[in-house]
Ligand binder design. Sequence first.
Ligand code: ADP
Length: 636
Amino acid sequence: MFQKILIANRGEIACRIIATARRMGLATVAVYSEADAHARHVALADESVAIGGPAPRDSYLRGDAIIAAAQATGAQAIHPGYGFLSENPDFVDAVEAAGLTFIGPSAKAIRAMGLKDAAKRLMSEAGVPVVPGYHGDNQDPEHLAGAAEAIGWPVLIKAVAGGGGKGMRKVTRAEDFAAALDSAKGEAATAFGNDAVLIEKYVEKPRHIEVQVFGDGSDAVHLFERDCSLQRRHQKVIEEAPAPGMPAEMRAAMGEAAVRAARAIGYKGAGTIEFIVDASDGLRADRFWFMEMNTRLQVEHPVTEAITGVDLVEWQIRVAAGEALPVRQDQLAIKGHAFEARLYAEDVPAGFLPATGTLAHLAFPEGARADTGVRTGDTISPWYDPMIAKVIVHGPTREVALQKLSRALAETQVAGTVTNLGFLGALARHPGFAAGDVDTGLIERDLDALVSDPAPSAGVRAAALLASAGLTARPALGFTLWAPLARRLAVRQGDEVTEGLLTLDAEGPRITVEGECLVPPALPVVQAGGLIHVFDKGACHSFAPVDPLAREASGGAAGNATLSPMPGLVKAVFVAPGQAVAAGDRLAILEAMKMEHTLTAARDGVVAEVLVTPGTQVEAGAALILLEAETAEVAA
Ligand code: ADP
């Protein structure tokens, strides 16, 4: 067994690998880019080595720098995680040439599965069912059109070097084929430097069901299936194990086919055989076909760990160290049901745009496994995938596990960036999903209902108002007052100001909002970054406290300068040098944490200098606008 391993990755997967290594008594070495110097995976590892700039090609994709880091620290093996160098056979060769062990399959196995067309040919020779289609070398457009005609419409054009859904086009009619082929080839050439395509039968009502395999080079087992049918634009959103509605006969057939595939290439380590399933007539043992093999650990591996009790990373390390498979197939069984939801920093109503931000607050509930690479105070940077965490739950039945998922999502708290928590929560409550009636088109069909952005309820606003007064919904017992207290309060969300009247008597606080008198609900509230964050059913509603007597919040002012109260983006500037302003006049609008803050003049004066323009990104405390010194005004 190794004494020390290096993890050639970042984020949640690096942290997850370190946790297992530590449990096994191994020392760990992290590598990091300049953007990740203070990242969680660096803090967790025993040692760490800087390997370059923030762009992946300057750090996490630099095989030479990573191998040098392993040699310098005396690590004997390298775990690649997923993504980055994990499926790069040249890196595997280089690791081995340096006398180190790659914790993963051989370069040969990765090469065999690297191109979709060659992998399909190999699999059909091994007797694994593959999607009917053409995966030959003849790329002549006429020939491909003829192949599509022979397969029957609709067909799917796929880049042989494809990944992430790129270079893929569905074609339903012969007359659209030529144009679709052109655009698929163009996209494939740009993305992969290889414009070769294959043509497949388009499977109706498709389900994506994949089988986890594990080999030690001489034998292989499978650890059952995962259903990854809940996808948006071919990206997985929620995964589960086992697949809902899976008949025992089909499970056995898929497991056997997957093991046959792994054995055919003498597979060593963790791998996934992805199948596409035609669910138009329920799940049937003759309706699944090989799509591709991923020769690495998958993002969604925790659901398999949850139902089998196996630590897949431990197995990876043991097999890489030369041990045989720890168990036989008949010692593996499915226990209960598991779900994983991928929590992202993204702006769902704006079309799932990736978001960035500093996490003012991050907390996960008890009773769920949260695999994360970030902590409160960490930044989701634009350099990497904006995943915040994977939330994984396990229960004795699918129904119980799904309820746990709903609850875990509702109780997850993220402030400081927009997230897809509300969307995940809506999916977890989707009746079709609850019934197990999943397919890869479910999300797109019901998108409108799933992405609604809930406005804060009166209760949420009351909780924010109460917090702005420094109070919580549960005052200390035995609380007495000389006289009932009444106080006006206000908070702001975007342009919208909520005003309320706080009254306190022996029974506790009440807030009157828009004529309605409420006992503020005991929702979790966190104050961070100058804002009040109220968490309600997975949504984070952020408010700025407002002085109710001065409805326009003024920015901080220091001497003659108007300062930015928080980091943000300047949206508008209303004044120009030489312009006279009166105290309280609007000077600029700052957008921070999805809200607009109006910055006003602290006193009467004349604008001396405008230091920003719309679009400027500013730090907290940055000077935005300077007024002429007051003495100058007096002199004039
Ligand atoms: P990539 O490697 O680009 O991710 P895949 O071959 O893994 O591409 O396919 C991605 C997704 O596209 C699948 O999960 C499935 O939703 C859909 N898909 C792939 N092949 C077919 C097919 N023949 N018919 C229908 N949908 C398909």
